[in-house]
Ligand binder design. Structure first.
Ligand SMILES: [Fe+2]
Ligand SMILES: [Fe+2]
Length: 246
């Protein structure tokens, strides 16, 4: 039995995407590359967590083929919400879980178990700028209005994450793997409410995605920091090979 994770499939079987760069290079034919990698690595006894940004479809009917593709992947599939997942209203997660019962599981304000671990998570959020640089490329300031707005989104996501941790704790879980779609920190890698909660609940690992392209791959924490192991699992970073978490 293994636990695997990857994020940012950005599927578009039914959507005509005009997003620059997502049809070329590492993105070319990425659905086939990823399916092949899953078929090689993952069996029906394994669990695959998809860490958000599943599809460009704006509603469920625009995502039907994307979901059929996800369902065709081997193993148990657990989905986390990303910023592009317009089909997913956080408050209506139980409707998604009913609709896809026995096929896909949606992680939001709940948790799932894997062996003696609780898999907890939420989309998260982090202030992404704009940052102002000096001539040497050093950060000398940022947009404080936008930072204030980001702070309210971060607080809401932190509350959702706490609901997930507390539900698992109430059921007796003491071992946690924590999933976020957004990186757990800003690009300055400052401590955040998410890094604090990982430590508070004793999460062994924090898995996140969202960062695309060479320039963004090292925006946040990686490896062991304060007793928590951080991993970026965005699909283009992993070149479409799911990462084995446990
Ligand atoms: Fe993404
Ligand atoms: Fe994203």
């Amino acid at each position: 039995m293994g636990l695997f994770a990857i994020g940012d499939l950005h599927l578009h079987f039914q959507t005509d995407i005009k997003v620059k760069g997502q049809t070329k290079g590492v993105w070319r034919d990425h659905e086939r590359k990823f399916k092949n990698a899953c078929d090689r690595q993952i069996t029906d006894k394994d669990t695959l967590v998809l860490v958000g940004d599943h599809t460009w479809g704006k509603n469920l009917s625009e995502c039907e083929e994307d979901f059929s593709y996800i369902e065709s992947l081997p193993g148990r599939k657990i989905l986390l919400r990303g910023n592009h997942d317009m089909f997913w209203d956080a408050k209506k997660t139980s409707e998604l879980n009913e609709r896809f019962q026995g096929r896909l599981e949606f992680l939001q304000n709940n948790y799932y178990s894997y062996e003696d671990y609780a898999l907890v998570g939420t989309k998260g959020f982090t202030f992404e700028g704009p940052f102002y640089l000096n001539r040497k490329g050093q950060i000398i300031g940022w947009d404080e209005e936008r930072e204030k707005h980001a702070d309210s989104l971060i607080a809401r996501e932190a509350e959702r994450l706490r609901v997930s941790f507390e539900a698992a704790k109430a059921d007796g879980f003491r071992k946690f793997i924590m999933f976020l779609h957004y990186p757990p920190t800003n690009i300055l890698e400052e401590e955040s409410i998410f890094t604090k909660m990982a430590k508070e609940y004793g999460a062994e690992q924090v898995i996140y995605a969202h960062s695309h392209g060479e320039m963004r791959f090292h925006d946040s924490l990686e490896g062991m920091v304060d007793g928590v192991y951080y991993s970026l699992v965005s699909g283009d970073f992993l070149k479409w090979c799911p990462k084995k978490i446990l």
